[in-house]
Write a new protein. Structure first.
Length: 132
């Protein structure tokens, strides 16, 4: 089924383009739904759920759940006050810092402190070392 596009008038080409775009979208949606069904079946056959890996509604890969973060700061006055060091400064710690204390005074000493590796260095410094 060859179509002579050169012989077609502009309105007919535009109509064909609209029809093609709609048909392509339909085919893509069918292929996507079929693929998702196949992946659900594959995950189920292994005792898993696809939603553990992919957010189907958004079409994005799900983030790995890391669970609770390690506690990095603790209030000696109230040991229930802890902060992981992620996000905004905890309110209790912010109050202490505002009162003139140093944030590092509240850092929890980890038992298995490791020597930082080259991967822990900022990229900028590694680049400088590589170029030197």
């Amino acid at each position: 089924m060859a179509i002579n596009l050169k012989a077609m008038e502009l309105p007919a080409l535009l109509e064909l383009q609209t029809s093609l775009t709609a048909e392509i979208l339909d085919k893509q949606n069918l292929a996507r739904a079929s693929f998702v069904d196949e992946m659900r079946q594959l995950a189920a056959s292994r005792g898993l759920q696809l939603s553990e890996f992919v957010d189907i509604k958004r079409g994005k890969v799900a983030r790995a759940r890391s669970g609770n973060s390690e506690i990095k700061y603790r209030d000696p006055d109230n040991p229930a006050n802890v902060w992981s060091g992620r996000g905004r400064l905890a309110r209790w710690l912010q109050e202490k810092v505002d009162a003139g204390r140093n944030k590092e005074d509240f850092r929890v000493q980890s038992e298995g402190a490791e020597i930082p590796s080259a991967d822990d260095q900022p990229k900028r410094s590694r680049r400088k070392e590589a170029n030197a």
